[in-house]
Design a protein around this ligand. Structure first.
Ligand code: DOR
Ligand code: ZN
Ligand code: ZN
Length: 430
């Protein structure tokens, strides 16, 4: 196949390590076909799907069912997460045998009401997963530490106004990142901090990295590009956990990407149907919005403005995730050969995001109306077109593969900060 790419740029396909494709369970929001089609249009060739589906992916049977669904519908490659919680610690080995890409631990509230483990259960879970080398991705928000404060505000009639969400204390995230880092240090577990939204979280993250903890982090376009003024414009549509915060957080997050404190960009693509995002009572809307399709065009628009280089972008979108999850160099680089994951982008295309035009089934997002200056034109997964000239290649449906089979995670470092802990770990191993 000869393709004229004159004037276009060829980049490694993006790897989005944080999407919610809602399949099985919530077809009105998304399914694996619509979600991976959205990825294909967004230049994303690999996605890691979150386990807060229905049923929750916390045992081998549920995982096997999701593998069947995904392999039948996927346009792009994927990894599947499983929940690491009090009821799934005993299933860790079976889940790994069943082909997980990693584990997801919910330290705070989320869609799908997944219970948060106690600190003791977290420590145990980290100990169990550590020797396997699998990375544990954290929704790092200890919402429970705000319960008394929020109850007091409610009782006194001081209901927080919507714009106040942006200023909701980031302490819930700071506490969670710091606590998780301590447990990772004690157990040698590898951890990844999802959706870093505030400047305040960067300190415990950077400190843990400096101590040698195997901790990585992602931020998302919503925290780099949106701010408190978007609540007036978009009301419940912009609600997401963690919340979009005040503008002063943006530049520190950009700086952290530049200096490597934050390793990558993911989207937390969290589609909900329009009626679920526009309920009159803003406190009852479902949190999250689609993003897998707009990440690359919006971030490359910032690159076009000179905010960072295209090499920086490739590191954040493809290379780092591939290296951190053991997929490099099969993924995350421009391999020459027949199995490359490639996106061919036009870096001079002016267009405006229109919710009606997005592939995701959830056609409602705070990206609506945003101007972009870059657009993926062709997306190629393992040498095969999945999106060509902005047209989805229907015959690519079901050709996406789980990437767990190519994952090479060396065993994690043994715990090294406390001799008692090290002894416990080695007894367990013996
Ligand atoms: O806003 C969010 N939406 N945050 C989460 O943690 C979960 C996600 C979802 O699944 O809707
Ligand atoms: Zn989350
Ligand atoms: Zn999420």
């Amino acid at each position: 196949q000869i393709l004229d790419a004159t004037g276009l740029h060829i980049l490694p396909g993006a790897i989005d390590v944080h999407v919610h494709f809602r399949d099985p369970g919530y077809p009105q929001k998304e399914d694996f076909a619509s979600g991976t089609a959205a990825a294909a249009f967004g230049g994303v060739t690999t996605v890691f799907d979150m386990p807060n589906t229905l049923p929750t992916i916390n045992n081998a049977e549920a995982l096997a069912d999701k593998h069947k669904i995904a392999s039948a519908k996927a346009y792009v490659d994927y990894g599947l997460y499983a929940v690491l919680g009090e009821d799934s610690i005993e299933h860790v080995d079976a889940l790994i045998d069943g082909g997980v890409i990693g584990f997801k631990l919910y330290m705070g509230n989320t869609f799908g009401r997944i219970p948060s483990p106690t600190t003791g259960a977290m420590l145990e879970a980290f100990e169990v997963v550590s020797p396997t080398g699998k990375r544990i991705s954290l929704h790092a928000e200890t919402n429970s530490i705000m319960e008394r404060r929020e109850a007091r505000l409610r009782a006194s009639g001081r209901i927080e106004p919507i714009a106040h969400l942006a200023a909701r204390p980031a302490v819930v995230a700071v506490e969670a990142v710091a606590r998780a880092a301590i447990l990772a240090e004690w157990t040698g577990a590898r951890i990844h901090v999802l959706h870093i939204s505030s400047a305040a979280e960067l300190q415990p993250l950077a400190e843990a990295k400096a101590r040698g903890v195997d901790i990585t982090g992602e931020t998302c376009p919503q925290y780099l590009l949106l701010d408190e003024t978007d609540y007036d414009k978009f009301r419940g549509v912009v609600r997401v956990n963690p919340p979009v915060r005040e503008k002063a957080n943006q530049q520190p997050l950009w700086n952290a990407l530049m200096d490597g404190t934050v390793d990558m960009i993911a989207t937390d693509h969290a589609p909900h149907a329009p009626d679920e995002k526009t309920r009159p009572d803003i406190w009852t809307v479902d949190c999250g919005f689609p993003g897998v399709e707009t990440q690359m065009p919006l971030m490359l628009t910032e690159i076009n403005k000179g905010r960072a280089t295209i090499n920086d972008y490739v590191r954040w979108s493809a290379e780092s995730p591939a290296k951190i999850w053991g997929l490099y160099p099969r993924k995350g680089t421009l391999t020459v050969g027949s199995d490359a994951d490639i996106v061919i982008v036009d870096l001079k295309r002016e267009w405006t995001v229109d919710d009606a035009m997005i592939q995701s089934r959830a056609k409602i997002s705070p990206w609506h109306g945003r101007k972009a200056s870059a657009l993926p034109i062709h997306t190629i997964v393992r040498g095969r077109f999945v999106m060509k000239n902005r047209i989805l290649q229907e015959k690519a449906r079901g050709t996406g593969q789980s990437v767990h089979a190519i994952q090479q995670m060396p065993p994690a470092m043994p715990a090294n900060t406390d001799s008692t802990m090290a002894a416990i770990t080695s007894v367990q191993k013996a």
